[in-house]
Design a protein around this ligand. Structure first.
Ligand code: ADP
Ligand code: MG
Length: 768
């Protein structure tokens, strides 16, 4: 594979040949490192021999190197990647005259000195000829960006798709797949190297003509020559195909303002170039920062047009072109800084794969045909003669419907399985039958009852509800605890018959309504419920007695029998709250320290980044020099980390304490609730027989003796319980509670009820 997955943008340095190479200022080491020494205060003209030194590590230094070798090291990998389906970009960056155009296009008229573009074209067509398994479609475009406007350098050629700027002019457009294209830029289909080269020269010519016409300098614009490649497999059924773009970019001269004082047109050009190059740099910095999810591509035409080819999922190579003379060392330094920033961009190239919808459908149809043949072969072998795999006809659907109906009525024992389509139809018919049945039931219920939405009926229903002895059941149940409250979707049904006005829950009445209206049983569960002795019968008078509301009882319990455990619970809660407050305080402290660590680390990283991009500062004997500010940052970070560790340990301890206190509180709460539950059940909810037994001196240990067992106690067992009673009194507080509750019951309750609603855990929330 010609591409390197998950690597960085490749960056090369190329020097323009010169007889006056500043050997004392530019030093090439090991073919990859360049050290630049700059005289201190050289701009102010102070003559001294002191030097500032910077070191940059790149992917390769191309010094005194032929065009052939430059192509081999810089271009070939990206070009081959593009033939495979990876987008690729080769960019030349640097000061005007440093050799960008020479590198990308080459010296016009010299075959030996041709640049990357003609060599890339040659290689693409060579590869296309080699790969007999695929058909290729190669198209070219040549775009110039001058002062933020887009110019089609091949617009002079007519009769090509996409040509002409159209009503909206040329523009960069984002595509659905995440790529970009240039609306109005002409694309030219080429079949051979020669055709492609003709287009390149035509574009070059137009660039020069445009330069003269607009009186502009050719190095004041960016030029993007793009080879668009599409490859399809020659296998007819293969619906997948790949596309790629190979961008060969000659950037405008990067020299900064200030060196010469430009005016008018030159000033405008310089401003546009400065802006677009600095946006290019911003986009690159954002691409280098993996944490950033927004890359500001749209700030300039250049970055927008290169959005899918700058970094990320494509192969990108940068050539930094420099002069070798001492006079340009400052610009050289700035070019190298840009290059080393570019080198930090990570790339993860991916193939641009697409699916041809027409071919895909054709392929699937063929597969279906093949599977049908396979199925019929299986049927023949298994002696199944009449299986059809087509969509069911109307007559077949009607037959399935009738089978399902007979099956539901009972006149058909089973439905034979024939095919997947038939099974699906059977399910559909069952669903229909069910829906029909539901509608019938609803209609019949509506005839007998008025359906009222729950919230509308609340007022009436509370009036109609049986009153408890204390007269507060409805309020307490509904508002404070939610015990016995219908779900919002549940409806209340009121009987229309006069004198039988009653509010009952739908669940109960569905059954009743069904009985009255003689609706067929819906399912076996409902049938069973009909024999439930507790089921509602409108003819029978409903129970009107009920125990006191649990909330009230709980308050009483806490004030009396449960007072001790309630007091402990409250105390524990106070301790828990204190611990939590300390935990909160400590957590805040730890977080503050963590934030300080983060910000110090960030400052330190930024410091290092800056150093990296400006080159490592080295002493005269080549040893890296540590800055004072950097040292103080490192020390501060170390102190902060020590402090953080101490705080963290303390936090750990207090967390354990909070957990322990929470555990104690939970234990108390559970005990309070359990004891209340037992007390409540046995005070108000035990059957009368058990109460009588208790009145006569019998003992029941809460939660241990089942009620029916208590009812059938023999004489000797009663004696045994009598004995246990005193033991219990002696050793268990719940036994005390139990007996006092019993006495209370005798006083308070005349009748008993079987309704037992567990106390909601919410009960504690008022107490928290
Ligand atoms: P740029 O495009 O960066 O402004 P050019 O590519 O136009 O610079 O180069 C300026 C001049 O220097 C051209 O005449 C070019 O032929 C020459 N030149 C640049 N680099 C080289 C090189 N490596 N070998 C020979 N000549 C070069
Ligand atoms: Mg140029």
């Amino acid at each position: 594979m010609s591409t390197q997955a998950g690597s960085e943008v490749k960056v090369f340095l190329r020097t323009r040949p010169t007889a006056n190479f500043a050997e004392n200022l530019i030093e090439y080491v090991d073919g990859q490192t360049v050290n630049v020494h700059q005289k201190k205060d050289s701009r102010k003209g102070v003559v001294n021999n002191q030097l500032n030194s910077w070191s940059f590590r790149l992917d390769g230094v191309l010094h005194d190197v032929s065009q052939e070798e430059v192509y081999a090291r810089v271009g070939r990998g990206v070009v081959l990647g593009a033939v495979e389906g990876y987008n690729g970009t080769v960019m030349c960056f640097g000061q005007t005259g440093a050799g960008k155009t020479y590198t990308i296009t080459g010296a016009s008229g010299s075959y030996q000195e041709r640049g990357i573009i003609p060599r890339a074209i040659q290689e693409v067509f060579h590869e296309v000829d080699q790969r007999s398994t695929h058909t290729f479609r190669v198209q070219l475009s040549y775009l110039e960006i001058y002062n933020e406007s887009l110019v089609d350098l091949l617009a002079s050629l007519r009769g090509c798709p996409g040509a002409g700027p159209g009503p909206g002019g040329m523009a960069v457009v984002e595509e659905a797949c995440g790529g970009v294209s240039i609306r109005g830029l002409s694309l030219h289909l080429v079949h051979s190297e020669e055709e492609a080269l003709n287009l390149l020269f035509e574009g070059e010519m137009n660039r020069i003509i445009g330069t003269h016409a607009l009186n502009k300098n050719s190095s004041r614009s960016h030029c993007i020559f793009t080879v668009h490649i599409e490859s399809h497999s020659r296998t007819l059924s293969e619906a997948k195909y790949v596309t790629s773009k190979l961008n060969l970019v000659d950037l405008a001269g990067s020299e900064r303002l200030g060196k010469i004082e430009p005016e008018g047109q030159m000033l405008k050009e310089a401003m546009y170039i400065n802006k677009s190059l600095s946006f290019l740099e911003q986009a690159i910095l954002a691409l280098a920062d993996r944490r950033r999810d927004h890359i500001p591509f749209r700030q300039s035409k250049l970055t927008h047009a290169l959005k899918d080819s700058l970094g990320g999922n494509c192969n990108t190579v940068l050539v930094a072109n420099i002069y070798g003379e001492a006079a340009h060392v400052e610009e050289t330094l700035s070019t190298l800084r840009f290059a080393s920033r570019m080198k930090r961009v990570q790339t993860d190239p991916i193939i641009n794969q697409h699916t041809d919808p027409v071919l895909q459908v054709r392929k699937l149809q063929k597969e279906i045909q093949l599977l049908k043949q396979e199925l019929s072969l299986h049927d023949t072998m298994a002696n199944r003669m009449e299986t059809s795999y087509e969509t069911l006809s109307e007559a077949q659907v009607a037959e399935v419907q009738s089978q399902v109906q007979r099956f539901l009525e009972g006149s058909l024992d089973e439905i034979n399985i024939e095919s997947i389509r038939q099974i699906q139809e059977v399910f559909r018919q069952f669903k229909q039958a069910l829906e029909l049945q539901e509608q019938k039931v609803k209609a019949q219920l509506c005839q007998n009852y008025t359906l009222v939405e729950k919230d509308q009926s609340t007022a009436d229903s509370s009036a109609a509800k049986p009153q408890s002895p204390s007269g507060t059941v409805g309020k307490v149940e509904g508002r404070r605890f939610g015990v016995g409250v219908a779900a919002p979707s549940e409806r209340h049904i009121r009987s229309q018959s006069p004198g039988r006005t009653k509010t009952l829950r739908t669940k109960d009445l569905t059954r009743q309504g069904r009985k009255d209206a003689e609706v067929e049983p819906l399912n076996p569960i409902l049938r069973e419920n009909e024999h439930d002795p507790n089921s509602l019968d409108p003819q029978k008078p409903q129970r009107i007695d009920s125990p006191p509301p649990k909330a009230d009882a709980f308050e009483d319990f806490k004030a009396e029998q449960g007072s001790e455990i309630n007091r402990i619970l409250k105390e524990n809660k106070v301790v828990l709250l204190e611990c939590r407050a300390r935990l909160r305080e400590l957590t805040e402290g730890v977080n503050t320290t963590k934030r300080e660590i983060d910000s110090t680390s960030t400052t330190l990283r930024q410091w290092k980044d800056r150093q990296q991009s400006q080159g490592q500062f080295i002493s005269a004997d080549g040893v890296p020099v540590l800055d004072e500010a950097e040292l103080s940052l490192v020390l501060r970070l170390r102190d902060l980390k020590t402090h953080y560790r101490q705080q963290y340990e303390e936090l750990h301890c207090i967390k354990a304490e909070v957990n322990y206190c929470q555990h104690l509180v939970d234990q108390c709460r559970t005990r309070l609730l359990t004891e209340f539950e037992s007390w409540y059940n046995e005070s108000f909810l035990l059957p009368e027989e058990v109460q009588a037994l208790l009145r006569s001196g019998g003992t029941i240990r809460p939660g241990l003796v089942p009620v029916d067992k208590a009812l059938s106690l023999e004489e000797d067992e009663q004696e045994h319980f009598e004995r246990r009673r005193y033991e219990l009194l002696a050793d268990s507080p719940s036994a005390t509670i139990f007996y006092s509750a019993h006495n209370r019951t005798v006083k308070r309750v005349g009748q008993h009820t079987h309704i037992c609603t567990p106390i909601s855990p919410n009960i504690m929330t008022t107490d928290r």
